[in-house]
Design a protein. Structure first.
Length: 194
């Protein structure tokens, strides 16, 4: 089975103070780093953003959000509509510790579910998860109703939840660690991992 990947890069980055996707991280932009890891797993990697028409070092398709609702769910539904495959892996642009192994582990756990999603003690990780096209109407309904948490669609779909696993770590750092502030960027740029 073939899978696509969509990297969401449309956030406002209020806490960062500037665009996270193009923030420098160890000599390259955050999004370029995430894109290069995703390319090792997926042949088709799209970028969903309303902030950029092109991104240096990115050869994948760049898609605009299909509706003007500020929510990661908008990026997910845009990805599923535009994807060339039945399943699309959704990834955040600000997770520099993501690994091939963490993405492959999610894919390997797919049977015939609509969603395969990790869950840690902090909650669900919707931006490191696999979604089927069948999610589209439920995601759109969720946006229409103003329900912005991914779990609002779970009762209507087949969902496999992956509890914490060693493959969700890059050394001692969770692959779900994201960069939200300038301080995060400085601190994690100095980390020994990667």
């Amino acid at each position: 089975m073939r899978f696509s990947c969509a990297i969401l890069a449309g956030g406002m980055s209020r806490r960062m103070g500037y665009d996270k996707a193009t923030a420098k991280f160890r000599g390259e932009t955050l999004i370029t780093h995430v894109y290069n890891v995703a390319k090792k797993v997926f042949d088709d990697v799209m970028i969903v953003t309303s902030n950029h028409s092109n991104l240096k070092g990115i050869r994948g398709r760049i898609l605009k959000d299909i509706i003007f609702v500020r929510s990661p769910i908008t990026g997910i539904v845009t990805s599923l509509i535009e994807s060339s495959t039945e399943y699309t892996f959704i990834l955040a642009c600000d997770m520099p510790f993501v690994t091939e192994e963490s993405m492959r582990y999610v894919i390997e756990n797919l049977s015939d579910e609509d969603i395969v999603i990790p869950k840690t003690e902090k909650g669900f990780e919707p931006l490191h998860a696999l979604y089927k096209r069948s999610c589209i109407p439920f995601l759109l309904r969720s946006l229409y109703l103003g329900k912005m948490k991914i779990q609002s669609i779970f009762p209507y779909l087949q969902v496999r939840i992956l509890e914490n696993n060693l493959r969700f770590y890059n050394g001692s750092i969770s692959v779900f660690t994201n960069i939200n502030t300038k301080e995060d960027l400085i601190r994690f740029s100095k980390s020994e991992h990667l």
